[in-house]
Design a protein around this ligand. Sequence first.
Ligand code: 3HC
Ligand code: NAI
Length: 653
Amino acid sequence: MAVTLTRMDDIAIATVENPPVNAVNYAVRQGLLEALVQTEADEEIRATILICAGRTFVAGADIREFGQPPKPPHLPDVITLLEGATKPWVAAIHGSALGGGLEIALGCHYRIATPSARLGLPEVTLGLIPGAGGTVRLPRLVAAETALDMITGGKPVAAPKALDSGLIDALADGDLQEAALRFARQRLGETLPLPLSAQSPNLPRDAEDWKTRQRRVLDRARGQAAPRAALEILDTALTAPAKEALEQERETFLRLKSHPESAALRHVFFAERAAGQLPRLKGAEPGPLDHIGIIGGGTMGAGITAACLLADLPVTMIERDTDACDAGRARVTDILDDAQRRGLIDASRHAALLSQLTTATDYAALAAADLVIEAVFEDMATKHAVFKALDTHTRPVCILASNTSYLDINEMARATAHPERIIGLHFFSPAHVMKLLELIVTDRASDRALATGLALGKRLRKLTVPAGVCDGFIGNRILSSYRRDTDAILQDGATPSQIDQAMRDFGFPMGIFEMQDLAGLDISWAMRKRRAATRDPDERYVDIADTLCEAGRLGRKTGRGWYLYTDGKTPIPDPEVEQIIAQSAEAAGITRRAFDPDEIITRILTAMQHEGQEILNENIAERASDIDVVMINGYGFPRWRGGPMYMAGHRDS
Ligand code: 3HC
Ligand code: NAI
């Protein structure tokens, strides 16, 4: 039974139990309907508490059912009946009330939630709009502006904020069910509030401000259909009779459900949950994570340190000398200062976190470490020296990880006394912000070492994707591959700004040349020089990037790269670059021609998909959808397109 009905004297308690997240499927809809019929018929019952078993309130409609035709009773109908009940229903919320879950709560007469609960309408993140009355009832309960933010942004709000906005009526003090029972009893003599759909909507406070908010949504949405549809339906909800708005909402929901954008976003939803599952680790026990060591306090070392501190993991950072220790500490402090400025931590937490950071030049400070991550210069000799020192100074049970971008971690492992404890943990910059983490599975890594890496990813709330050892692992390998191709497109006739514009129009936040300018051109230049000796002589090699670097054009930091930067941040197409490109084409005997955006994107996608297929053939990635997760979360591939492998027709999750 997905919904069970019990009694506490004259109050009924309807408990939804559909693990793991009480998603609304046919059984829940049917169970709710039966509970409603029974409570209405039973004259002794004066009110009903709707509560959920397990870790959360209803977290939405069951996304797994979305591929099938809807089966009655439909959720909108159940909620309309709920809203029309003659005795009060009180939604008692813990965990997350999301999507259809919040819509059910909006159908109840009152809402009470634990202080840690979160409430939201995340449908837009699945390429949808709320499909069970959310767009109509929410602006009748809270301000139109709050409704717009929740419906078009998809971000859940915390219960205290929900109380301020009027979304819930009370915060539960102590036990949720007890608090809900007390709340219901207090309401027993009162007149039942009008159903939300029978109330008038809260209209926008200021027409100009409303337009600005709408424009902001459309700007952020770029090519996506759902946010645009959400705005349109919200307009209807504010202007048309509720019944008409509800019908229109349902129609739009059903139309979007079968739109490719929603199918792609649902693929990503499940792909992100499948990532990080390594079958060989079933039952493997991770080691402890009480004390983390970080070698190197540069860009990555400082970011990883901050991420660990923010997850309440004490860190010892090793640097080359005391000045470098101070610089590393200063970088970490900057990151925490920024977190404080943005209200993520307060001054006392800032101080408490910094007190958990120790810096040292002597590896002996790592004697008690459980896991050490090196983030020193990208140079094999330096990495070897670091692992040698770690061999001597850490306990054999301590897991050792490299954050290298491209170097062979198997080679690093072979040079140590315990290769089974060496893994890769490839963070992305800025490491305290980016959600992606590649867990590099070295040839001899033990299950315990890998399970510990996964456990760290979980603790840092990262999306951890396993990858085998190869040049660039999953993400950087694909990036190198399509970067080679975009350089070739340049030589063949396009300009950097045409390629960047095509990528932005496709949905990337920035194009590949702007991105390189931001990151600096020198790192990949060093990598190309390192690989020069082993490069296949038959492979097409485009020298444009090398010429730029030789001319001192290293990106934004030098004011010039693929573009010119007069204000340090706005890319301006530079005739000097176009000349370098033209000269390179002439030297290669290429007659340049025009490219249209579709051809550019097709070339880029094909390069990504081809490299992705090679990665699968070599078992570097566990599953095709892991490649999608990496490209979306690490390289700006538009989520609503599902990822390059999904676009190529792979369906393995
Ligand atoms: N339908 C089906 N399965 C769901 C689900 C849903 N709505 N939400 C979560 N799950 C599954 C996950 O796939 C996962 O399954 P697995 O264990 O087999 O991998 C399991 O539940 C646990 O999920 P998480 O790993 O995400 O657990 P967390 O504790 O990290 O997060 C959560 C819980 C915050 C509820 C998160 O799962 C979430 O955000 N879920 C999606 C919520 C959502 O988008 N709801 C709206 C759905 S659309 C809708 O309601 C339409 C309506 O308007 C008609
Ligand atoms: P960085 O140059 O900013 O920092 C390196 C730090 O290591 C410096 O502070 C240096 O003093 C220190 N260091 C060097 N040798 C040391 C030693 N023997 N002992 C202790 N400290 C030492 O470099 P960055 O960018 O942080 O990169 C570090 C590693 O992370 C590299 O392997 C790089 O490939 C990798 N990486 C870099 C990314 C990026 O975007 N910058 C992204 C992902 C990985």
